[in-house]
Each structure stands twice: as structure tokens, then as C-alpha cells.
Design a protein around this ligand. Structure first.
Ligand code: 2BA
Length: 148
């Protein structure tokens, strides 16, 4: 169990733990699904953020959602990929964090999601908070506490 000493960590602002937007793979709302599948496959990630040209966050796109959208009765209809757009398939009801939110809120959301998108007050995408980053932080804190 994480002791009370670690309560301080939970109050830290998440901005210190972000993967910044310039290092996050993303797709644009108006991209076609062929391009999106290429980005997802090349980066190796299961799901990535969907942004517009002003970097506003619109949702998330995953490989399963793309494949489901081109599933015909008998087969996967890959020829549909170039005609369909990202905004038709993305999930737009996603949890979001503000850059000023505390790690505690991130922890709550990361129980059910592998990563959470972080935006500023204007809804501009700032980066993501991942389970990996959070677990690393807790691991460090627990080891530090053991040494004391
Ligand atoms: P997934 O793609 O399902 O990846 C699950 C975990 O597998 C990742 O956990 C990471 O530990 C590892 N992993 C997958 N692809 C990787 C790669 N290309 N390089 C290094 N490690 C990789 P987290 O790091 O906690 O990430 C959680 C989720 O956040 C990922 O789920 C992905 O959907 C998203 N994500 C993470 N970093 C991203 C980035 N730079 N750009 C876009 N999306 C990212």
C-alpha cells in the first residue's frame, strides 16, 4: 500500500509528467483512414489523438475502430480506407485533463484508460499522461521512501 507520505505526489501538477505534444504521434480530423492506419502501424501504438490544424483535440483513433468500420459481411473491405475520414470513425467522447490538474485526477482516469490527453484552457492539445509515466513516478517514490 502507498503510504501517506506519497500524498504529496498526488498533489503535483501533471504538467511535469507529460509526453509533450511534439513527441506524440497523432492524426488530423480530415485525414483518410489509409493514412491513419499507416501512422498507427508505423508508430506501433494502439490508439492516438485526433487533432485539427490548430492543434485542438477532437478525439482518439484506434486500429480496432478503423478495422471495424471497414468490416463487410464476408471480409475486411480495405478498398474503403481511402474514402473514409478520421472524423467518421474516431471516438470523440474521451476523458480529458487540464494542464493544471493534479496527478490524483490522472491516477483516477488511468485506471480505465492507458493514456489521457491533456489540453490547455483553450482546448489546445498539450500532450498525454500515460500509465507508464505514472507507474515510473510511483515506483521511484516507493524506492525513495524505502531508503529513508
Ligand atoms: P499502447 O499502444 O497499447 O501501448 C501499451 C504500452 O506498450 C505502452 O504503455 C508502452 O509501454 C508500450 N509501447 C507500445 N508501443 C510502444 C512504442 N512504439 N515505443 C515504446 N513503447 C511502446 P504507455 O507508454 O503507458 O502508453 C499508453 C498508451 O498511450 C499507448 O498504448 C498509446 O496508445 C499511447 N501513447 C504512448 N506514447 C505515445 C506517443 N508518443 N504517441 C502517441 N500515443 C502514445
Amino acid at each position: 500500500m502507498i503510504s501517506l507520505h506519497n500524498e504529496d505526489i498526488l498533489e503535483v501538477e501533471i504538467k511535469d509528467f507529460l509526453i509533450p505534444s511534439e513527441r506524440v504521434a497523432h492524426v488530423q480530423v480530415s485525414n483518410n483512414l489509409e493514412h491513419a492506419l499507416l501512422v498507427l502501424t508505423k508508430t506501433g501504438y494502439t490508439a492516438i489523438p485526433v487533432l485539427d490544424p490548430q492543434y485542438k483535440l477532437h478525439g482518439l483513433l484506434s486500429t480496432p475502430a478503423i478495422l471495424d468500420s471497414i468490416l463487410g459481411l464476408q471480409r475486411i473491405e480495405f478498398e474503403q480506407l481511402e474514402n473514409k475520414k478520421v472524423h467518421e470513425v474516431m471516438n470523440s467522447s474521451i476523458p480529458r485533463l487540464k494542464i493544471t490538474d493534479r496527478l490524483k485526477k490522472g491516477l483516477d482516469l488511468l485506471i480505465d484508460h492507458p493514456f489521457i490527453c491533456v489540453e490547455n484552457e483553450e482546448g489546445i492539445f498539450e500532450g498525454i499522461l500515460t500509465r507508464r509515466t505514472l507507474l515510473k513516478k510511483f515506483n521511484q517514490a516507493i524506492h525513495q521512501q524505502k531508503k529513508q
